[in-house]
Design a protein around this ligand. Structure first.
Ligand code: MN
Length: 213
């Protein structure tokens, strides 16, 4: 298999009560596993089978709808699991020493303002999709949202960038616990964000160009 389902870095119930164990079990074990399987089927026997997923997505306009949808689904969920952490370990906000804290204050004025803008992007995405915090080519942060399994790495989106935080707002991500209350799910998500992972992604974007020293 060209692409492997990454291991979930915590137990299904680790994000409770914010994200329930049953949702995690289905989301990871059925949805993410399904995207992975279908991506492998779509690239089998082609040059794409030996490429990095990021490089495939950067030129996704040249590939099939199956590669776009399942490649996006594969990448997006891998990122999503990695930027959350168990409820017991999560801090809620980045600490002042983290580069991501400094970048958020520089580009959004305050963490609260960032949180409000990100939440709005997630809440107003019509239908299925994702909200993203991204880094542009000049190391500046921006918020966007994409439909379906698209993401800001793709050459088909309005504003391309490197995603460092993503929130899945497909109903399969929250419906069992929150039903139609997407705003409650969005708010709860902030209780399990792994800001160490997000600041690392920020530091690594643009080949580590960001510098606050
Ligand atoms: Mn999902």
């Amino acid at each position: 298999m060209a692409f492997e389902l990454p291991e979930l870095p915590y137990a299904f119930d680790a994000l409770e009560p914010h994200i329930d164990a049953r949702t995690m079990e289905i989301h990871y074990g059925k949805h993410h596993a399904g995207y992975t399987k279908k991506l492998n089927a779509a690239v089998e026997g082609t040059d794409l089978a030996n490429m990095k997923i990021e490089d495939i997505l950067a030129n996704v306009s040249k590939h099939s709808t199956a590669v776009r949808n399942n490649g996006g689904g594969y990448y997006n969920h891998s990122l999503f699991w990695s930027i959350m952490e168990p409820t017991a370990e999560a801090d809620g906000e980045p600490t002042a020493r983290m580069n991501i804290h400094k970048a958020i204050e520089r580009d959004f004025g305050s963490f609260d303002n960032f949180k409000s803008e990100f939440s709005k992007a997630a809440a107003t995405r019509f239908g299925s999709g994702w909200a993203w915090l991204c880094v542009d080519k000049n190391d500046k942060l921006f918020i966007c949202s994409t439909a379906n399994q698209d993401n800001p790495l793709m050459d088909v989106v309005e504003e391309e960038g490197t995603p460092i935080l993503g929130l899945d707002v497909w109903e399969h991500a929250y419906y069992l616990n929150y039903q139609n209350r997407r705003p409650d799910y969005i708010n709860a998500f902030f209780s399990v964000v792994n800001w160490h992972a997000v600041t690392k992604r920020y530091n690594d974007a643009n080949e580590g160009a960001s510098d606050f020293s």
